[in-house]
Design a binder for this molecule. Sequence first.
Ligand SMILES: [Mg+2]
Length: 151
Amino acid sequence: MAQRETRRHLFYKVETPSNALDALEAHPLWQQNKPNAKKSRRPMDQKVIEEIRKMNKERDWDQFHTGENLAKSIAIESGELLELFQWGHEAKSVERLKEELADVLSYCYMLADRYGLDVDQIVLAKYKKNEEKYPISKSKGSSKKYDEFDD
Ligand SMILES: [Mg+2]
C-alpha cells in the first residue's frame, strides 16, 4: 500500500509549466470561453479534480482505481449515457443526461489525474492536431474521415 501511495504521489507531483498555461490562454477555444473564466487562470478543472480526489481519499477508493478499471468505467458509464438515446434522437431525460455525463467525465478526470495529465491541455492539444488533420478547405460541411479526403 505504501508503495502504491508513493506511486500516486509521483503522479500528483507533475505540474503544469507556466508557459503551457500561457499557450492554453492564447488558444482560440480558451478565448471564446474567456467570459466564463474570469475568476482565475484555471476556473473549473482544479476545483473538480480536488473534489474527486477528496471523495476518493476519504473512502479509500483509490485502491480500486487502476488505469484499467478507470478505462473500463468510462466505457461502462458511456453505455449508460448511450442508453438515454435508445429508440430516439434526443435524450429521454435531461436530468439523467446530466448524471451520466457527469459519471463519464468524472472517470475521465480520474484517469487523466492518475497519469498526471491536465484535461484542458490534452483536449486542446488533440484539437490542434485535429485542426491540421481536418483543414477547413477539405472538411467544411463534411463528415468524412481525414483518410477519405480526395486529394
Ligand atoms: Mg452512471
